[in-house]
Design a protein around this ligand. Sequence first.
Ligand code: UDX
Ligand code: UDX
Length: 458
Amino acid sequence: MAFKQTILCIGAGYVGGPTMSMIAKNCPDTQVIVVDLNEARIKAWQSETLPIYEPGLREVVDEAIGRNLFFSTDVIANIPKADIIFVSVNTPTKTYGQGAGRAADLQYWEAVARTIKEHATSDTIVVEKSTLPVRTAEAIERILHASQNGVHFDVLSNPEFLAEGTAIHDLENPDRVLIGGREDEQGQKAIQTLVDIYAEWVPREKILTTNVWSAELSKLTANAFLAQRISSINAISALCEATEADVDEVAHAIGTDSRIGPKFLRSSVGFGGSCFKKDILNLVYLCEHYGLTEVAAYWEQVVLMNEYQMNRFVDKIVSGLFNTLVNKRIALFGFAFKANTGDTRESPAITVTRRLLEERANVVISDPQAIPEAKHDLADVIDQVEFSEDPYEAAKGAHAVCIMTEWEQFKDLDYQRIYDAMLKPASIFDGRNILDHAALGEIGFNVYPVGKHAIVNG
Ligand code: UDX
Ligand code: UDX
């Protein structure tokens, strides 16, 4: 069948894979090809077992794969076929040189831009899907147009706002789609091409168009605001623990103010995920670059508060277990950075595990999806950690259970059975406030929630 147009996406990760599958599903007359250098990842997209766990993704992929959705490792051969190229490669925090620990590492992005330039044979729209520092599009445009070969490129910024675990819902019903482009005629034409794709399933009034810089900065700002809400409620959780207040009651009370709103006010052991920390550090670097020292310090505090919250959680475990963890078995329920994903990037569980190991505890990790990733994250200390898919096994003989991820299944466990199999006194540190603390107290547990008073039985 002849397709109306061809979209190529470079980078088949958590963002590229689901986003392209959704476009393919909703635009059957558009050919969508997703490429990645990682052969194993591409094979997995073509197989029964997708490379990422995301509820509902299988159905979306199944609808389009082989019809108008294709996965391949051949980047170069597919570039000339594309009318639109999305770039969704990773942009981790730099670990070396100028801006190390803060700035985004743009080496993959630039390499991709150079490959596109070399192999494109007709006018192409290049779309930034990765989150990039403000003004990257300009640099990319300069690279693409250096040593003209008669091919014209338009660079658009189309940041992705999906959250993992709810990616399919977020893609199907986005709050908004944001497209930034140049204000000249050609830029506006490119914007319209991308608008037409999303308009196949997203109401037109939810598709916002801006200039390129606004789109780039909006993505960093959205993540900074979201993370700031969590750090704000976590800061209050420390005060609640020091006083008689309950952080959930405070969150509910403030969340009923329509100006504040109820979402994203769940106090926790801390936020994780590939985006929040990276994007805030990026924003901080950007502010410093422009000499805005106070603004940089303001946003950096969001990350520092998150580290404080993770450390406070471990401090609570140490003091709750009589100031020594040596050889004590501690079961972590959950390792993913949030529920409904196998992703562990920047998961608070990593920080907590490493600190528990420093205290010479015996850590056993249970998670319904994230054990393979956890093994990868803890490769250097793997002989000091145990893994068990069965939370009852993990808790057997333990001094403490720590809830690290808000998986539904952890709410429904038989905690009497868990208590019976643990050493006494048995403690639960609920880093997500998902359990019925009073009921656990009745069973006999010592219970340590976040931002609420502890229940100490023995
Ligand atoms: C990525 C970025 O990390 C994030 O900043 C942005 O907001 C969205 O895109 P994600 O999809 O979660 O997020 O990253 P990841 O799962 O690491 O996927 C990136 C993929 O790009 C990997 O599969 C990697 O193999 C691939 N890649 C990277 C290439 O194909 N070519 C490269 O040159 C570099
Ligand atoms: C985030 C943004 O929500 C999304 O728009 C952007 O595209 C990518 O970054 P993600 O990191 O996938 O998405 O998940 P999110 O639901 O935002 O959760 C991030 C972290 O914050 C998780 O560790 C989560 O457990 C934590 N969190 C979230 C809280 O601790 N409390 C809350 O109230 C909400």
